[in-house]
Design a protein around this ligand. Structure first.
Ligand code: ATP
Ligand code: MG
Length: 498
């Protein structure tokens, strides 16, 4: 055991929470990910204190608290915000998580502990933690680090190593296998060799782990800076099938000449590009899933492999896999759409404005730029030459063109029906003329798009002769159309395309 003095930058609210516990006579230490991250000079995601106080004793010391999970963790809200709903969530920076000392308890179904077992000492609590780098504790008041398992040395060596015997630790909770891979990706660490050998030996235990827990670690892997570290290890070690067997089907699968890589390697490279660009989770998942159906649709045709329909089938497989992993519906629907339409911009010759309009309608305006990003990941992941910037600008310009609000009489605060009512006239060409005239006036001065004013203009226009109204109406229509063209020209100019 080694202990030494360290000084860290710790938020005041965290220091205060610790001080309140100390003044009440309770031991307390920062522990887990935050201590690891402080030593690595990374920003901790959340702040965890471990203590010899019980949940009831913790609750009694603070004004705003909530129970966070079944493990006795008390969330202490250190800065109650104006709107309560936003901070009463786990993981908020405004919450310090305080957990009583625990010890390893039995996992008879390999899934979750049968009961939460409290411990008396810090040492017992640190012993039940997964990896040495996650088993460091820090006494804030005394600036003293407790490092019972040489976690500090492993941090320097960039190693993930279990606390104690790896076979026992993975036997207690096989999720730790995925956690080891996750930390390898998040921290860019290697897995120490005995730990690695034990992972390979015990991987079958992952079959007992609930899909929710697997999904949570899988999400963290995908959200990490280099997901292919964890997923590459999972490939080598035969662990992918415990996330989903669908991932294993593309391993080693050759594609046609346009592809330098096998299906699975291409998906990993696409995902890594999404991570490199720091794209949001649904884009990363779409990058990983976009060719998931290639193994299902591969056919040898005219001297090459074809994958017709892999986008359509891929959307279905994505739905099945994400449902099985119990992903939230909202993110799942986004990923499915992106997978379904990922081929759109690859058929370069057939991309017309009306085709772009259709795809915008299909994926939705809120996802169209994400679709372009998935396409970028796809291309980079193929190792194909970069898109000519002209073509890319052209697509962007077309998307913006179909997404703009076209100039139309629909923008007016009166309709043709209103005109008939106000003027007490039956339908006829004069309605269209009046609308076009009103629109040209409103385009000139948007403040005129006001009901009362428009009604008085309708009265005035009705006093014109039919011939005069037709003349003015046609002139207004031509002018409105040219304004619309000007809008399109502006977009094209912005993207420097024809
Ligand atoms: P992150 O920064 O991603 O939150 P973390 O290390 O805080 O990383 P958590 O999943 O939040 O990871 O867990 C907090 C701590 O609890 C870990 O550092 C570890 O000490 C312990 N821990 C979490 N899950 C397990 C587990 N399955 N087995 C043993 N210890 C665990
Ligand atoms: Mg954490």
């Amino acid at each position: 055991m080694s202990s030494n003095k360290h000084k860290f930058n710790i938020p005041e609210e965290v220091i205060n929470t610790s001080a309140v516990l100390s003044s009440a006579g309770f031991e307390n230490f920062l522990v887990g990910g935050c201590v690891r991250d402080l030593l690595l000079e990374r920003d901790p995601k959340d702040w965890d204190l471990t203590t010899n106080a019980t949940p009831v004793e913790i609750e009694a010391l603070f004004e705003h608290t909530f129970y966070e999970n079944d493990y006795g963790t008390v969330g202490v809200v250190v800065d109650p915000p104006a709107s309560p709903s936003e901070a009463w969530r786990a993981g908020s920076a405004r919450v310090v998580e305080v957990t009583p000392y625990r010890t390893e308890s039995k996992y008879s179904d390999f899934r979750r502990p049968d009961e939460v077992a409290w411990a008396k000492t810090l040492e017992e609590d640190l012993k039940r933690r997964d990896f040495t780098v996650n088993a460091l504790a820090y006494d804030i008041a005394n600036q003293k680090l407790t490092d019972l398992f040489d976690g500090g040395a492993d941090l320097k060596k960039k190693l993930i190593r279990t606390v104690g015997n790896p076979d026992e630790r993975f036997g207690e909770d096989a999720l730790r296998i995925l956690r080891a891979l996750r930390f390898a990706s998040e921290l860019g660490f290697a897995i120490e060799s005995e730990t690695l050998a034990s992972i390979e030996k015990n991987k079958g235990l992952l079959a007992h782990i609930s899909k929710e827990r697997i999904k949570d670690e899988f999400i963290k892997i995908v959200a990490s800076p280099a997901p292919s570290i964890a997923l590459g290890l999972a490939t080598q070690l035969g662990i992918l099938e415990y996330i989903t067997p669908e991932f294993t089907k593309g391993i080693g699968m050759e594609q046609n000449q346009a592809h330098a890589f096998t299906v699975w390697e291409h998906l990993l490279r696409s995902l890594d590009h999404a991570a490199k660009k720091d794209f949001p989770l649904h884009v990363r998942l779409a990058a990983l899933f976009h060719d998931i159906a290639k193994p299902h649709t591969r056919k040898w045709l005219n001297e090459q492999w074809t994958f017709y329909g892999h986008d359509v089938v891929g959307a279905r497989i994505t739905r099945n896999v994400m449902t099985e992993l119990k992903f939230p519906k909202e993110i799942m629907e986004k990923v499915i759409k992106l997978v379904r339409w990922h081929m759109f911009f690859s058929e370069t010759e057939t991309i017309t404005l009306s085709a772009v309009r259709r795809v915008v309608r299909n994926v939705g305006p809120e996802l169209i730029w994400d679709l372009m990003n998935v396409r970028a990941c796809d291309r980079v992941g193929t190792g194909r030459p970069k898109e000519t910037t002209y073509r890319l600008r052209k697509y962007h310009s077309m998307i913006e063109e179909v997404m703009r609000d076209p100039i139309s009489v629909k923008q007016l605060n009166v309709t043709g029906g209103d005109i008939m009512k106000v003027s007490d006239t039956p339908p006829g060409p004069h309605i269209g003329y009046i609308l076009e005239i009103l629109l040209s006036e409103v385009l000139e001065d948007p403040t005129l798009n006001e009901r009362k004013h428009l009604e008085s203009r309708i009265f005035a226009l009705m006093t014109l002769t039919p011939e005069e109204l037709e003349k003015q109406g046609k002139a207004a229509r031509a002018k409105n159309a040219s304004e619309d063209e000007e809008e399109v020209e502006k977009i094209k100019e912005k993207y420097k395309v024809e």
